[in-house]
Design a protein around this ligand. Sequence first.
Ligand code: C2E
Ligand code: MG
Ligand code: MG
Ligand code: MG
Length: 291
Amino acid sequence: RAKETGKARCIVYSARQSGPPEHDISLEAAMFGAVREGEFLLYYQPIVDTRTRQIQGFETLMRWKHPTLGMVPPVRFIPIAETNGLINLLGAWALKAACVQLKQFQEAAKRQLYISVNISPRQFRNDKFLDVLDDALAFSGLGGDQLVLEITEGTLMVDPVHAEAILTRMAERRARIAIDDFGTGYSSLAYLKRFPISVLKVDRAFIKDLPDAPKDGAICNAVLDLAKHLGLSVVAEGVETEDQLRYLDERGCQYVQGYLTGKPMPAHVAMAALTEDMYTALLPTDLRAGT
Ligand code: C2E
Ligand code: MG
Ligand code: MG
Ligand code: MG
């Protein structure tokens, strides 16, 4: 038995150290049925303006609502989907669904927002990726400028020539590119010059110990400075405390995303948050919370 399952073990452990391998093998087996059963869903986490805390957009985060295991987090199933190729199907669905959902968010909020969607390395390399992107935009009627695609440094570095071609195509559609988990991958800063990138998402690793960690503070400052001079925007990921938010605000970080300003939430809750946001915006300034 060990011999038969050796391959899957290797995959699971190289991707993430999580849970016993037997468990993940059954996850993999269940995954195909789960797609058919519609067990995958999208959560939405607000990305807010640091100063006003107004929602600017949402990142879509995939969840798997397993009938007996409950919510399976993406660190458990994305690496498996990446290995068996299911990520192409799941990712295409997520992109389309996210675009459709953003349309509804915008109608409710009566203003322009954006949707930020994670694209895995395998999806990015897939021949059909641009078709998938065009289909999502055409089907939803969303403008490319309301879409941000999050890729990691690793995704760019595997095949920079191919990456450059794809990113140029995305730019033609006015879709913006964000570097996710910025600062944690293997890459050179030269890619910031070479590729049409718009957003840096500073990884939570550099945020979580602020404001008391001088080295993390120095890295955040350097990234903010770099972004400013390159004309990029910065989103700080994983902001959990008011102290962190204040620290980032004082250093000119324009956008934050984290449990402090909103956890990942189902669409109907995000809708409520947006509507509340709209009512708050209509209040006279002296009645608004925090002023
Ligand atoms: P990511 O893209 O870097 O997403 C941010 C992760 O940080 C999310 O974890 C989010 O729930 C979590 N997070 C946000 N704010 C806070 C905070 O204040 N504190 C803490 N401790 N965590 C926070 P999640 O949802 O478990 O997703 C993990 C990763 O799975 C994502 O990292 C992304 O790489 C991947 N992923 C999620 N959804 C998708 C998807 O639809 N497609 C692909 N390809 N990957 C996805
Ligand atoms: Mg992301
Ligand atoms: Mg991230
Ligand atoms: Mg991250």
